[in-house]
Design a binder for this molecule. Structure first.
Ligand code: ADP
Ligand code: ZN
Length: 668
């Protein structure tokens, strides 16, 4: 089994990979990382979500003597992590504030008796003298510092307790440490290395590309309706995450989806903790639940089959956006990252920055982050290339993002920009007035609205000079001018004012090229041939004959997971069910050769799986004859929204700062 020249650590590691996890081979740099840590060295691992970080510390912990200590910031998810390991036959436990003394003592005893392979701890617990003495009395195989970017002080997930983790090496100099994160910028990388004293560790930086995620950014008209179209057309019955900026819009959007028959739950830090935990548990445990949440939701969620992540508001930074969208498709199957973005988003975010506490340097850094995000939204080039470039990694046009699939047209917007900027200038100069985008666009289009008449704006020389563009197009112009900083917003009402650079455009010294506004809510996926099954999307590459069997296996999995009180994916991942449905193993031995079926799961589930297969066989006529296409339940696909359907009329009202969730609200 082992390669002839493999180190002893690696042949052990390969055995564990087969026996415990049921996988054939390592992915990417897993082998080198495992070798480094299993051999007693330190490692700093930057790998995208879904890259396979967990095995990088779980296998060394199993190979080395003693217990691997995993420092993880999210207490609420420790139970699921331990359940998933237990299902694999790994001896795992956790120590945190959710346990009573008795439970805690039982785990401590198991650790001291060297009966644990992995022990999960929150960073604050590790700081206590009691915990440190406990670790001294037992045998520690390694320290794994998960979500290591929490040590970065300017990052959005900063946790002060992470700073103290630099003591690990002083107190236990012989114990190897591995720090892992999915946050990739070089600044964060450097900060993790220096704060955790990992400069001399081996650094492993994986590619951050997530080729199975299709990136799409659409212009926002009626976000709820656009979202519903996306779900109905492409993700009916799929698990997904919908991010909103404010708690109020989380609640409203969740209620709207439920009204429309979508199985949706809400999640934000303002909810009572019982409901919040129950909603999270439903999302994790059941198939096909959509969670509508603020950014308080998501870190540490390792549900592998999230098929889409939708943003109804503009994220504050590319880092945040990449991390949030990265929660889609951890299992490597096709997934969608979809963002609806509009003029109001730019206005809101700029206002937020202006009104933020903190010094000038902090505001400048926030503004730079926002600018990078806006550039990504307005690009006419491949989104993936833009994302990877942001993380300092090369990339080629991907063929799986909206700009690759439906290349946007650009147009010379210099004259339009001049018309708009000069309207703003004239209002300020001739009338000493400032107005928001709505009034300026009415003036340009020559609309005699009550407000136009009230302020006598039809007397301006620019009145009606922009009748050639639609309201949506003008809003696109304003939005892109804001993104380019050729225009800015001021005050509580989002009034538009010129910037230092506006003069270059007005004076004809600078040309402005813009992305054309597209009418479609979202370009359809190229592979939209996926079929719908009762319990959600059936993988596109599943042969038709295997569909009913896959469905039967999913039903068996749901029942089994419910019975055992664990998430469905802890039983088996979709990929494993798919392989079973196509290969149709007839014996336990054959079942054991399928990816994701290790020894423990084979012993536990062989009977159930083979039973479900036999039953499916009995009810499905003959697997050789594929069922007629009509027998696969069809989901009505709504007609695409017509362009005239009141495009920009329902943007969300400006939000309230109080309403927003900082990501750390949920941490204990
Ligand atoms: P991360 O923590 O980096 O987000 P995970 O450790 O959760 O990623 O792994 C993502 C998925 O990939 C999981 O479903 C895991 O079981 C699977 N996986 C990891 N390594 C391998 C491998 N070598 N072969 C097959 N599947 C793997
Ligand atoms: Zn692309």
């Amino acid at each position: 089994m082992a390669l002839p020249d493999a180190s002893p650590e690696i042949s052990d590691a390969l055995r564990v990979l087969h026996r415990v996890f049921g996988y054939d081979s390592f992915r990417g740099e897993q082998q080198q990382i495992i070798e480094q840590v299993a051999g007693g060295g330190d490692a700093l691992v930057l790998m995208p979500t879904g890259g396979g970080k967990s095995l990088c510390y779980q296998i060394p912990a199993l190979v080395r003597d003693g217990t691997g200590i995993v420092i993880s910031p999210l207490i609420a998810l420790m139970q699921d992590q331990v359940d998933a390991l237990t299902a694999l036959g790994v001896r795992a436990g956790f120590l945190n504030s959710t346990q009573d003394t008795y439970e805690r003592q039982a785990v401590e005893q198991a650790f001291l008796a060297d009966e644990l392979d992995l022990l999960y701890l929150a960073p604050e617990r590790l700081r206590t003298e009691g915990t440190q003495r406990l670790l001294d009395r037992g045998k520690v195989a390694l320290f794994a510092i998960d979500e290591a970017h929490c040590v970065a002080q300017w990052g959005h997930d900063f946790r002060p307790d992470y700073l103290a983790l630099s003591m690990l090496h002083e107190r236990w100099p012989k114990v190897p440490r591995i720090a892992l994160t999915a946050t990739a910028t070089s600044a964060t990388h450097a900060e993790i290395a220096s704060r955790l004293g990992l400069e001399d560790a081996r650094h492993f930086v994986a590619s951050f590309d997530r080729p199975n995620i299709q990136y799409r950014i659409v212009s926002k008209s009626n976000p709820q309706k656009q979202l519903l179209e996306l779900i109905r057309a492409e993700h009916d019955g799929d698990a997904g995450v919908v991010y909103c900026l404010s708690r109020a819009s989380v609640e409203k959007t969740a209620a709207f989806l439920v009204e429309q028959g979508i199985d949706a739950v809400a999640y934000h830090a303002g909810m009572d903790s019982r409901t919040r935990a129950a909603n999270q548990a439903r999302f994790l445990r059941e198939d096909g639940v959509v969670v509508v949440a603020t950014i308080a939701f998501g870190m540490g969620i390792d549900k592998p089959d999230v098929r889409f992540v939708a943003h109804l508001d503009l994220p504050k930074s590319v880092e945040g956006y990449y991390q949030e969208t990265g929660r889609a498709g951890r299992d490597g199957e096709p997934a969608t990252a979809w963002l609806a973005y509009g003029l109001q988003d730019v206005v809101q975010q700029r206002k937020l920055i202006d009104g933020s506490e903190g010094d000038e340097a902090h505001r400048r850094s926030m503004a730079a982050h926002l600018d990078a995000m806006l550039a990504l939204c307005e690009t006419v080039d491949c989104r993936r290339v833009g994302l990877l470039a942001y993380f300092g990694q090369p990339g080629e046009a991907c063929g799986n993002c909206d700009t690759c699939l439906t290349p946007p047209e650009s147009w010379d917007a210099t004259v339009a920009a001049q018309k708009l900027l000069s309207t703003v200038w004239r209002l300020a100069k001739e009338r000493r007035q400032k107005f928001g985008a709505g009034q300026i666009i009415d003036i340009l289009q020559g609309k005699k609205t009550a407000k136009v008449i009230q302020f006598d704006h039809d007397g301006l020389s620019v009145f009606g000079v922009g009748a050639d563009l639609s309201t949506a197009e003008w809003r696109g112009v304003v939005r892109q001018l804001l993104a380019l900083r050729l225009l800015t917003v001021e005050g509580d009402f989002g009034t538009l004012v010129l910037t230092d650079d506006s003069g270059e455009v007005l004076g004809g010294r600078r040309k402005v090229t813009m992305r054309k506004e597209t009418a479609a809510a979202s370009p359809a996926r190229k592979d939209s041939g996926s079929r719908k099954g009762k319990g959600g999307r059936v993988p596109a590459d599943l042969p038709a004959a295997a569909v009913p069997v896959f469905e039967a296996l999913r039903a068996w999995r749901a029942a089994t997971a419910r019975e055992q009180g664990v998430p469905a994916y802890v039983v088996f991942h979709d990929a494993t069910l798919r392989e079973i449905a196509t290969r149709l193993p007839g014996t336990a031995e054959e079942l054991g050769t399928i990816g994701g079926v290790g020894e423990a799961k084979l012993a536990k589930y062989a009977e159930g799986v083979l039973g479900a297969l036999a039953e499916a066989h009995a009810t499905v006529p003959a697997p050789a004859t594929p069922p007629p296409a009509e027998s696969v339940p069809q989901v009505p696909v709504p007609a695409p929204a017509s362009r005239s359907a009141a495009p920009y009329d329902e943007e969300p009202p400006p939000f309230d700062l109080e309403e927003m969730d900082p990501p750390w609200d949920d941490w204990e």
